[in-house]
Ligand binder design. Structure first.
Ligand SMILES: [Zn+2]
Length: 299
């Protein structure tokens, strides 16, 4: 399964941040495209305004996994405010009859989506249960996920809660298998894929105005937002006051990862805790930073 990252992952966003991620929704796309083909199709929809009809963060099949929009931003995937605001949408690609997939081929695509669900839940430290694993039809009058329903519950099976639980139990059982693998890898301290980490992780909130003294180790790290961050020098002293108007002569690009070693009046010292030498006095405005990991809690 090849990961594809759309222009929205590091670029402009279609919506605002979710206040919190609470789980995932497994969809069936009722389409014929694979993850690679979906990228341009979705851009075309944006261009002609049709994206308002809906889209999800992920479009997954056994060959391609399109990360269309960051998982921690609101999606239009359920026609339901709670689900759009708090849940990550994962489309199983090519579930329309015209795609001509056998049940076995469909199950391979579905399995890729369930593996993805495990990665997302794991990355947000969420458990695998009925509240974190969801069906579109729990939130909206839809047959979605229609083919999963046909295969795991039965063709024309009524949309009862008992039948929903049959499908949810299957999804949860499979997701737990992948989730356990991630936990086992973590115990062995296998390196986590940084790119996936960046895409799925929630931007953390920090108090940017707090003064944090210069430190040899980073307080937190993050990714530069879509506007980029111009690097500045701090000038002045305690008596005259400090300013950050002097340009260092370069900028950090959108998506660049950066570690912060001191914070002062909304600015963050980057690169090094050294008191002299290159990079010792270079700062970015913390408003341009999407905080990823916090290493030292504020006292
Ligand atoms: Zn759906």
């Amino acid at each position: 399964m090849k990961d594809i990252y759309s222009k929205h992952i590091n670029g402009t966003k279609l919506t605002s941040l979710k206040p919190q991620v609470r789980g995932v929704v497994i969809h069936n796309d009722y389409g014929t495209l694979n993850g690679q083909q979906y990228e341009q199709w979705l851009y075309n929809r944006e261009a002609n305004g049709e994206y308002v009809k809906g889209w999800a963060a992920l479009y997954v099949d056994k060959l391609y996994r399109l990360w269309y929009h960051p998982t921690n931003f609101v999606e239009w995937h359920c026609g339901n405010q709670y689900a759009n605001t708090y849940l990550v949408g994962i489309e199983v690609n090519r579930t329309h009859p015209d795609a001509g997939l056998t049940d076995e081929e469909f199950l391979e695509n579905e399995e890729a989506a369930l593996q993805t669900a495990a990665e997302i839940l794991y990355s947000y430290n969420l458990p695998v249960n009925y509240s974190t694993v969801n069906l579109h039809r729990e939130y909206f009058a839809t047959a979605c996920p229609h083919r999963s329903w046909d295969v795991h519950v039965g063709k024309n099976a009524p949309n009862t809660r008992a039948n929903q639980l049959v499908l949810l139990d299957y999804f949860i059982k499979r997701i737990k298998v992948y989730y356990a693998e991630l936990e086992a890898a973590k115990r062995k301290e296998a390196p986590v894929k940084a790119t996936i980490d960046r895409v799925v992780k929630q931007v953390k909130k920090i108090n940017t105005t707090l003064y944090r003294g210069r430190s040899k180790s980073a307080y937190f790290d993050g990714f530069v937002d879509s506007q980029g961050a111009e690097v500045r020098k701090r000038t002045g002293n305690r008596v005259t006051g400090f300013k950050w108007t002097k340009k260092a002569g370069y900028s950090l690009k959108p998506g660049e990862e950066v570690y912060i070693f001191e914070t002062h009046k909304g600015w963050g010292r980057i690169y090094t805790g050294n008191t002299t030498g290159k990079g010792s006095n270079e700062w970015i405005w913390l408003g341009r930073l999407q905080v990823d990991d916090i290493y030292k809690a504020d006292k």
